[in-house]
Design a protein around this ligand. Structure first.
Ligand SMILES: [Zn+2]
Length: 245
């Protein structure tokens, strides 16, 4: 039977069984297949792949696999220039769309200033479409969703704890230098605007009134934001986890 040889590198380990991690292994080639379909059948969604090197040459997802090919697969965090063969470069900072089980992560990303859309009742079709049409990175813990062909940008969130998930996303997309605290409403994703303290005084708790002077307001839902203790704790944690926030 004809076969190919495959090696997954780096964080792609998270999607394959131990005997396939970071080593060459033989795999039967029993049909005509694109390299995208072959690699996804082995585990990793295409969104997690940063470069595919076949017999020493980088190829795109449409490459048709041939008998005897040696296929080395690098993670998206490590694709280098070859990633351009797989997808156009992301704008920095990227914007996001989050799966329904990531409701806390979306709050943190918005508080840190990142454009992140979230709909509690969104189904997989809607998530994939928003990601495709708006060029947003789809964040999810659903590997199947990331294998959809129309999803160009996506990331499989490994962590379960929302604060650790936030740090994970900051690391993956190198966002530490792009944090702009409270520039975006945590509730509705609308950019906030500065507001005078005296204009919101009647809506503040006594302690907030006493200890804080800088406020921002959401023009859409009228949420008020200031750099309180919760925010300090979050930045501390992210600083510790990323080492550079
Ligand atoms: Zn709002």
């Amino acid at each position: 039977m004809s076969e190919v040889r495959v090696a997954f590198r780096g964080s792609l380990d998270d999607f394959v069984p131990p005997e396939m991690r970071d080593r060459w292994f033989a795999w039967p080639l029993d049909r005509r297949t694109s390299i995208k379909d072959l690699l996804e059948s082995l585990g990793p969604p295409h969104t997690e792949i940063g470069a595919i090197v076949v017999n020493g040459r980088s190829v795109g997802f449409e490459y048709i696999v041939r008998e005897g090919d040696r296929i080395e697969v690098l993670p998206a965090s490590d694709g280098g220039e070859a990633e351009a063969l797989l997808r156009p470069p992301l704008p920095l900072p990227p914007s996001f769309v989050l799966d329904t089980h990531l409701g806390k992560l979306v709050t943190y990303l918005r508080l840190l200033g990142f454009d992140a859309v979230y709909e509690r009742n969104a189904d997989d079709d809607q998530l994939a479409l928003v990601s495709a049409h708006e060029g947003r990175v789809l964040l999810t813990r659903d590997r199947g969703l990331l294998k959809r062909g129309i999803v160009t940008y996506g990331y499989y969130v490994r962590e379960q704890d929302p604060e650790r998930q936030t740090a994970e996303v900051l690391r993956r997309y190198r966002l530490a230098g792009h944090v702009t605290p409270f520039r975006r409403c945590a509730r509705c994703n609308t950019p906030t605007v500065p507001v005078r303290k005296e204009d919101v005084l009647d809506r503040l708790e006594p302690k907030t009134r006493l200890y804080y002077d800088e406020f921002r307001e959401c023009p859409r839902c009228a949420g008020i934001y200031w750099k309180g203790s919760h925010y300090d704790r979050m930045l501390d944690l992210i600083g510790r986890l990323t080492g550079d926030a």
